[in-house]
Write a protein that binds this ligand. Structure first.
Ligand code: A2P
Length: 342
């Protein structure tokens, strides 16, 4: 096995930390690992197992001799440094939305479209967290029965907005129980004009608003799903909501399949054997996925599968996964593993 020199940009962040953990846990063949962040964190020590790593400031020269660079420090950092890394010979696996819709950049979920890795030109994009768990669960259904429509409503954890948003939820929960004023500065989006408390609340805005009344998060889900499935004809619409959950995104998903006569049992069977998907579906024993129990788990969990009462080809289901793992760090490391296989 050829050992690789790795860099993680955003190594002190919610996702970057998990990328390092996953690389170590999965025995990724690493010759060296460089932990990069902003100048603020230079010199910080990060411990994984009995190894201590020192964080360095990200500069273009950081990528000399790096084989694979994972980026998870926000779109502007990827815009600034990803091409610098590629120019120095690294392959970039980017967790931000900076290059996802670029036609030259593969947008990869290894269980769905690994073949698109072949045409990468140095940068590979890791899709949006909510999109990854949805397409991973729907791929076996799409393969067997076809998919013509998806309507998804998300119930997203604050960790998707970074470590600062986790701190904000925890602080607001303390303020609430101490009957103090709740201060909000991060959610729904740090750059938004107004901020609302997330503790004991549900915010129907993730990221800023874009065209036609949809938020950018909703557009990401709609556009990225079509790109990953390689099918512009699938009708996709999304409503994305932030909840006071630390980790684990949940999704209520309505689908319409192409084939006639498909049953709930058919969908169960298709998903039960699919890689990375675990069925948790037994109403008689109140068995269904929940974000609290998906935390630190690699799989995408599916339950509450039921037929629509009005539409013969319509089904509803509930999809849950740890947004920091399959939605981000794990998927990125799986992309790197696929690159090694090739
Ligand atoms: P730092 O800790 O030095 O600010 P999260 O998604 O949890 O908010 O984490 C964001 C990550 O992106 C952190 O590791 C953060 O590092 C990193 N980051 C932020 N700004 C920059 C920058 N200009 N250059 C490199 N890394 C950055």
């Amino acid at each position: 096995m050829i050992m690789k020199n790795i860099a993680i940009v955003g190594a002190t962040g919610a996702v970057g930390t998990k990328i390092l953990e996953k690389l170590v846990e999965r025995n990724f063949p690493m010759q060296s690992v460089k932990l990069l962040a902003s100048a603020r964190s230079a010199g910080t020590e990060i411990k994984v197992g009995d190894q201590t790593y020192i964080v360095e400031e990200t500069v273009p020269e950081s990528f000399e001799s790096v084989d694979i660079a994972f980026f998870s420090a926000g779109g502007s950092v990827s815009q600034k440094f990803a091409k610098e890394a590629v120019a120095r010979g690294a392959i970039v696996i980017d967790n931000t939305s900076a290059f996802r819709m670029d036609p030259e950049t593969p947008l990869v979920v290894p269980e769905v479209n690994p073949h698109t890795l072949q045409k990468h030109q140095g940068i590979i994009a890791n899709p949006n967290c909510s999109t990854i768990q949805m397409v991973a669960a729907l791929q076996p259904i799409r393969e067997k029965f076809g998919l013509k429509r998806i309507i998804v409503s998300t119930y997203q954890a604050v960790s998707g907005a970074g470590a600062e948003a986790i701190d904000e939820l925890q602080e607001q929960s303390r303020q609430f129980s101490d009957r103090k004023n709740i201060e909000a500065a991060i959610l729904p989006s740090a750059s938004a004009e107004k901020h609302y408390p997330i503790a004991f609340n549900a915010i129907p805005q993730i990221d800023m608003f874009g065209e036609a009344g949809y938020t950018l998060e909703e557009w990401k889900m709609m556009n990225e799903t079509k790109k990953i499935f390689g099918d512009d004809s699938i009708a996709v619409s999304a409503t994305c909501v932030r909840l006071p959950v630390v980790s684990g995104h949940s999704e209520s998903v309505y689908i319409e399949v192409e084939k006639e006569g498909v049953t709930v049992e058919d969908l169960h069977q298709a998903m039960a054997g699919a890689p990375g998907v675990t069925l948790q579906d037994d109403p008689s024993t109140q068995f269904y996925p929940m974000p609290l129990f998906a935390e630190d788990e690699d799989d995408v969990f599916v339950g509450r599968v039921r037929k629509d009462p009005n539409e013969a080809k319509g089904f509803h289901m509930w999809i849950v996964s740890d947004n920091l793992l399959k939605g981000a760090a794990l998927n990125s490391v799986q992309i790197a593993e696929k690159l090694l296989e090739r």
